[in-house]
Design a protein around this ligand. Structure first.
Ligand code: C5P
Length: 403
């Protein structure tokens, strides 16, 4: 419930602005009050009348309107809210926020607020991937701004990729996680998630690693937090943002990941989605290995600890332990064998064969393999896989008594 919570909704200019209306409707249905600022560009896509109709309030738009300032100044407007939500957050609004510009009511309110800000970016894929937007997003995340989306998919401009506004339900879930932390079916539970690759040094400048973006593991951590869990995310090196409301421990190597996981235990649930390197270089060179007449160096490998298998045998084993299996063939059969070998309760098996587009992409097609069943889930975005998995986890835990 968001009863009596006050949301300041800033609607930027973009084809997705109409979804902000649906968001306003959902928020009000949940008991929140919504006050909207519509930017000049936003007005090109939705009318102030439609916004006012759905928020049930006056719509703010002009910084220099004397009547607005007399009724409620821009400072007060930005502070009277419990949370500021920017949806859609355009490249322009994001750039203004990252640089502290304040030349209209939306950017002024964003600079003047003392409340948390959640942005839901939406823009053309090339704009999203542009170095300037990457820089601005990194700045905002560093400033503590929470982010939801964007999603991957086909765009109004005919291109395909990340840049679509998150669905209103997902924005609502992110608002819930920020305003009502600890509420939800996993309330009172500790969920430990591993994510990303590990980097195993060869020398101070080179390493070996697995391909992993961390998107699936991070999405699971985010979904578990949204479901009310206390979440520890042990992450290898990734280039994506930390999920909001999650305790993140950053590591480089498998052995560091093992130590961080041991420190984080006990936990009710462990979801190990990291792509841990199976081997490390036995004796990494202290200095950069130089090319020379001796030819290519030979590397001697040592086996890394299997974190999942070792936690499965630990006295502090979580009651529910979920592993991942990335396979390129015989996906389910290999996952069933892995479940036995590792001693975990479930395996989320995904097909990462070269044509699948799973590696680094935003979609996943998985099978949930348990001791006595296999469930095939349809191909869906990684954050939906995360939500579905968290729902299964919540159902499994509620079926057994709390200790
Ligand atoms: O053996 P494989 O790497 O395919 O197993 C995958 C599962 O085991 C994943 O859940 C992964 O996070 C976990 N794992 C681990 N430590 C390792 C290797 C894999 O926790 N050293």
């Amino acid at each position: 419930m968001l009863q009596d919570r006050r949301i300041l909704l800033i609607i930027g200019g973009g084809i997705a602005a109409y979804k902000a209306l649906e968001l306003a409707r959902l928020l009000r249905r949940r008991g929140a009050s919504v006050r909207a600022i519509l930017t000049k560009a936003g007005e090109q896509f939705v009318t102030p009348l439609a916004v006012a109709g759905l928020t049930g309030d006056k719509v703010y738009g002009d910084l220099f309107s004397l009547t607005d300032e007399a009724e409620m100044g821009h400072i007060q407007l930005s502070r009277a809210a419990d949370l500021v939500v920017v949806a859609p957050a355009t490249a322009d609004l994001i750039a203004k926020m990252a640089n502290g510009l304040a030349n209209d009511l939306a950017s002024t309110a964003l600079l003047a607020t003392d409340k948390r800000i959640l942005i839901a970016p939406a823009m053309n894929v090339r704009m999203w991937n542009h170095a300037a937007t990457r820089r601005n997003m990194a700045t905002l995340v560093g400033d503590g701004v929470a982010v939801v989306g964007p999603r991957e998919g086909s765009m109004a401009c005919g291109e395909w990729g990340p840049g679509r506004l998150a669905e209103p339900e997902d924005i609502l879930a992110a608002i819930d996680a920020l305003l009502e932390p600890g509420e939800g079916p996993l309330k009172g539970r500790h969920v430990l998630v591993t994510s990303g690759p590990t980097h195993e040094p060869i020398d101070p400048v080179r390493y070996i690693a697995n391909r992993s973006s961390g998107k699936q593991g991070h999405a699971i951590a985010r979904a578990a937090a949204a479901a009310g869990a206390r979440v520890t995310l042990v992450s290898g090196p990734v280039e994506i943002a930390d999920p909001a409301g999650v305790h993140v421990v950053r590591v480089q190597t498998a052995r560091e990941m093992m130590a961080a996981v041991e420190t984080a235990l006990p936990a009710d649930v462990g979801v190990f989605a990291a792509a841990v390197a199976d081997w490390r270089v036995d004796a990494p060179a202290g200095q950069k290995i130089k090319k020379g007449s001796g030819g290519a160096p030979a590397l001697l490998f040592a086996e890394n600890p299997d974190i999942l298998a070792s936690v499965a045998r630990s006295p502090l084993r979580p009651r529910l332990l979920v592993g991942f299996a990335a396979e390129t063939e015989n996906v389910v059969a290999h996952a069933q064998a892995k479940l036995q070998r590792k001693g975990c309760d479930w395996i989320v098996a995904n097909d990462v064969s070269p044509g699948s587009g799973v590696m680094g992409g935003d979609h996943n097609s998985v099978h949930l393999v348990t001791a006595n069943a296999v469930r095939d889930w349809q191909r869906m975005p990684k954050d939906e896989v995360a939500n579905a998995l968290v729902n299964e986890i919540a159902a499994a835990l509620s079926a057994e008594p709390r200790p």
